[in-house]
Design a binder for this molecule. Structure first.
Ligand code: ADE
Length: 228
């Protein structure tokens, strides 16, 4: 998979992309993440990327030209499955979407800032708008990092234990069951004995019961009425 991220703050991705699973996925060649600085496509000598809103109002707007130049340049070299704009106005991101996007080959993600981007970019270039939640971030970078992490870890070969993504919360419509590791006894708080029984069938049954219990308690709307 190739992910091209258009941003005016490429350094913001140093943390999330240079550690752990995302780092390993890139090292293994399972994903290529390119950070493209929109400012490099600015047309004036001050490398300006934002300007005042027509009609007045507070907040700057990201200009159409640098973004359009950048997208057009990239489109000459690649064909994109989707050109995504991270925005609180977009479709609410969930695990089902993560599964689908993890199968794509070429994605472009545009990160906005300030008051937003000139509407003409959205109309002419963007094929999908995605929100990571009903709140407003200072820019699209953190949202793009969340989106990228959620889809890259689902690419086959990225996680060491191939089955571990399958047992994630939400993957089967349930939250994950409780998990434990050593020590068995911590200040008289003990690990449930079933997990030490060696009986895999019973352990699976217990985990399913715990997953249902937790989902009913915390996210009852995830369980359909007829399944209850
Ligand atoms: N940019 C600002 N807020 C956002 C959000 N909630 N989701 C995606 N992109 C954003």
């Amino acid at each position: 998979m190739r992910i091209d991220i258009l941003t005016i703050f490429p350094e913001m991705f140093d943390g999330p992309f240079k550690h752990s699973i995302l780092k390993r996925a890139q090292e293994r060649g399972l994903v290529e993440i390119n950070l493209i600085n929109i400012r490099d496509y600015a047309t004036d000598k001050h490398k300006r990327v934002d300007d005042y809103q027509y009609g007045g109002g507070s907040g700057m707007v990201m200009m159409v030209e640098p973004i359009a130049n950048c997208i057009e340049d990239l489109k000459l070299k690649n064909t994109y499955d989707e050109i995504i704009y991270m925005s609180p106005d977009g479709k609410l991101f969930d695990q089902q979407m993560a599964n689908r996007y993890s199968t794509f080959q070429n994605l472009m993600i545009l990160c906005g800032h300030y008051k937003g981007i000139d509407e003409r970019v959205r109309e002419h270039f963007i094929t999908k708008e995605i929100s990571i939640g009903d709140y407003v971030l200072s820019g699209g970078e953190l949202a793009a990092a969340v989106f990228t992490d959620a889809i890259v870890r689902l690419i086959p070969g990225v996680l060491n234990d191939e089955t571990s993504a399958l047992s994630d919360s939400f993957q089967d419509g349930l939250l994950s069951p409780s998990v434990y590791t050593r020590p068995y006894n911590y200040k008289s708080m003990k690990v449930p004995d079933i997990l030490l029984s060696g009986n895999n069938k019973e352990i699976e049954k217990w985990r399913m019961e715990k997953a249902i219990e937790r989902t009913k308690a915390r996210r009852p709307e995830m369980i359909d009425d007829e399944e209850e």
